[in-house]
Design a protein around this ligand. Structure first.
Ligand code: SF4
Ligand code: SF4
Length: 396
């Protein structure tokens, strides 16, 4: 499972708290799983032994319920509604501020965050893959986003192998999980009596050294590897394993778009929970006294009317075109932008859609399950409204 299994250590289950204590001593604010409003979220751990045992989550289209793991493991839950994304790409933040000085002149100043170093314990492989995509967007050469960069560089990621994926998970088919292979500082695979632990960065090595673990045995490494393989084989949902760009872009007039539009509420939940979506809007918040104003950025969604409003008309005037924009950007035109699909298989958009729309079902219906293109208009031709596909960097 790990990139360098010969360097793996073994953390006995009774010593999990020492990982939290070590990270805290190194100056990190430690975040781990907690139940809030009926869902598993990442919250600050107020003590080394504060990671809860036995949490699990039952997920299905339009449904999420926290349950108990009969084996009382620490990480037997599949992902909750959010993981890393809000910690690097803040849901709402000021970008700059303008104030009127004593002479009445306007003074502009950047507002930059001063985040604490944070260690997130329990990150999943799908979220590591999603973070790599967020990095590709926000940290690209020449257009580095200072707000994202400041938060991102403060993160220490403790990944955990998913041994029991949810019924909505499909990361095996997208090639992103369930075993973390890259992008972590430290990776854990939970066995009955402890954790196989492997560093993925210099910071992770420093933490492993401080923990002074015994090397993982061949048997423990084999068990971790088999656990990952079994977890991948247990996933009941999937997307076709090949590039869907041509298959989807040649079906822009498929009747299934009307069918899904009749069910979709355009609520934007799928976008809010998707770890790869990066759309945002910007706006000004002037103070009542007229002396200052904040320029803020807030998460936005391609399901919203305003998102598609350009120069006096709507380029996507109905739910059919907005859902189509979301799915074709995510699974088709992301390949043009980032060289891969925008789906990392976390399944959140399925579980958190209030009407249970399942992108794997929609893709199967649109592509007759094959994912192969049908004869039709050129994939690069204009849309029926005369407008080309999404502009680079806008949709997410
Ligand atoms: S499209 Fe859905 S399954 Fe894919 S990464 Fe986004 S939320 Fe997860
Ligand atoms: S697909 Fe579901 S979650 Fe997404 S906008 Fe439509 S109703 Fe909301």
């Amino acid at each position: 499972m790990f990139s360098r299994p010969e360097d793996a250590g073994f953390l006995p289950v009774a010593q999990l708290g020492s990982l939290v204590a070590t990270l805290t001593a190194l100056g990190y604010q430690c975040l781990g799983p907690a139940v809030e409003h009926g869902a598993i979220v990442m919250r600050e751990l107020d003590a080394p032994d504060a990671i809860p045992r036995g949490l699990q989550a039952e997920q299905a289209p339009g449904s999420y319920r926290v349950t108990r793991d009969p084996h009382d493991r620490y990480f037997a839950w599949a992902n909750g509604p959010q993981a890393i994304k809000p910690l690097a790409f803040a849901p709402q933040e000021s970008l700059w501020r303008v104030e009127r000085d004593a002479a009445g002149a306007l003074q502009f100043a950047a507002v930059l965050p001063e985040p604490r170093a944070q260690a997130i314990i329990g990150v999943r492989a799908c979220d590591l893959a999603a973070l790599a995509l967020q990095d590709a967007h926000f940290l690209r050469e020449g257009r580095r986003d200072a707000h994202y960069a400041r938060r991102r560089e403060k993160l220490f990621l403790v990944a955990v192998q998913c041994a029991e994926p949810g019924a909505t998970c499909l990361c095996a088919s997208t090639g992103d999980g369930p075993t973390p292979t890259a992008g972590y500082d430290l990776a854990l695979a939970e066995l009955a009596d402890g954790f196989v632990a492997m560093a993925g960065s210099a910071n992770g090595e420093a933490v492993l050294e401080a923990l002074n673990l015994a090397p993982a045995t061949r048997q423990q490494l084999d068990m971790a590897q088999k656990q990952g393989q079994d977890a991948a084989a247990s996933q009941v949902r999937s997307l076709p394993g090949h590039n869907l760009r041509d298959a989807l872009m040649s079906r822009l007039e498929h009747p299934r778009w009307d069918d899904v539009a009749a069910r979709c509420l355009a609520c934007g939940n799928c976008v809010a929970v998707c770890p790869t979506c990066f759309c945002h809007a910007e706006g000004d918040e002037p103070a009542m006294n007229g002396q200052s104003s904040e320029h803020a950025r807030i998460w936005d969604s391609c399901f919203g009317e305003a998102h598609a409003h350009l120069h006096g008309f709507d380029v996507r005037p109905d739910i059919r075109t907005r859902y189509r924009q979301w799915l074709t950007h995510k699974l088709a035109t992301w390949h043009d932008q980032f060289g891969r699909s925008g789906c990392v298989g976390c399944g959140r958009c399925i579980a958190w859609c209030p009407v249970g729309i399942d992108l794997t079902e929609e893709v199967a219906a649109l592509t007759d399950s094959s994912g192969q293109p049908s004869p039709g208009p050129s994939p690069r031709s204009s849309t029926p409204s005369g407008h080309r596909g999404p502009a680079s960097g806008r949709g997410g």
